[in-house]
Write a protein that binds this ligand. Structure first.
Ligand code: NDP
Length: 279
């Protein structure tokens, strides 16, 4: 029977460690402050922002909230970011994506100071990751590495297959697994023989954005499977990119949805906020 990797518990452990770290910083007279910007009224984004603020509160990070109307212009948003870039009391800036269509996301990401880019999306941080220099790492893939390490999954020398090559999940995931000395394949929508490639994986990361696409046919016996996908089904329940019921008897460890990767993303965001103070 597969072991479920408990992302909720691991993320709580991390948040408790970070809470102590924040207390130490406070004792040194240093406060950690995250500015969270939400533009528009997308309900899913509002939930993500609420959860991020809740995590800040739990850890002792001060959060500044900017909830802007959907009609906010690109210039107005960029001006706010510039103001926060120049504010020494703000350590991290997070702009919740997606943004309304009239705002250029790439421009917004580039405007955030790389030193305050706690989401790890700025090209300078992405480049640093690629060449093995210090910088902020995208929270979801960083959280997955933490999940693997804290679940005693060895990465070195293992066949790792990542399905998905997005800038925020798939690509940084591949680089991080490589940094841990895994042998990495990144698959995508043009990949041929996807099932055969996945079947080679000791560690399979599914970040494909298709509900329950990954069935037992994609799995090597005893593989560790990380399910990044989050989808709301017609019955209101959440599911991932992996068909958990179908693969469960074939894998050694797997992350559930919900309660796997999701909570780790926020824990790593908090980690990045504190790292931005420590420098
Ligand atoms: P994207 O849609 O940006 O990327 C999906 C990737 O999957 C693309 O690279 C695409 O390939 C590839 N793909 C799509 N269809 C197939 C297919 N049939 N076979 C092989 N590859 C395919 O998604 P994200 O990376 O942003 O997110 C992936 C999933 O993770 C989503 O469900 C999202 O909701 C979830 N997510 C969860 C987070 C969490 O905290 N748990 C955080 C972020 C995302 P191509 O490049 O060729 O188009």
């Amino acid at each position: 029977m597969a072991e479920l990797i408990d992302g909720k518990k691991i993320s709580t452990d991390i948040k408790d460690e970070l809470k102590e770290e924040v207390s130490k910083l406070k004792a040194e007279g240093r406060e950690v402050t995250l500015a969270v910007i939400l533009v528009g009224d997308d309900p899913a984004s509002a939930v993500y922002v609420k959860n991020k603020k809740k995590a800040c509160e739990y850890i002792g990070i001060k959060s500044l909230s900017y909830e802007l109307p959907a009609e906010t212009t690109e210039d107005e948003l960029l001006e706010l970011i510039e103001k926060l870039n120049g504010d020494d009391t703000v350590n991290g800036i997070l702009v919740q994506l997606p943004l309304p269509r009239h705002i250029d996301e790439k421009k917004v990401i580039r405007t955030i100071s790389p030193k305050k880019d706690v989401d790890g999306f700025h090209p300078e941080n992405v480049g640093a990751l690629l060449i093995g220099e210090p910088g902020f790492v995208s929270c979801t893939p960083a959280g997955i590495i933490e999940l693997l390490k804290r679940s005693n999954v060895e990465i070195e020398g293992k066949e790792c297959v990542v399905i998905g090559r997005s800038n925020i999940v798939g690509k940084p995931m591949g680089v991080l697994l490589l940094r841990e000395n895994g042998t990495v394949t990144i698959a995508h929508s043009r990949t041929k023989n996807l099932k055969e490639i996945c079947k080679r994986a000791d560690i399979l990361v599914a970040a494909v954005g298709k509900p329950k696409m990954i069935t037992a046919e994609y799995i090597k016996e005893g593989a560790v499977v990380i399910d990044v996908g989050i989808h709301r089904m017609d019955n209101g329940k959440l599911c991932g990119d992996v068909d958990l019921d179908d693969v469960e008897s074939h894998v050694s460890k797997i992350t559930p949805v919900p309660g796997g990767v999701g909570p780790m993303t926020i824990a790593m965001l908090m980690y990045n906020c504190i790292a931005s103070v420590r420098g």
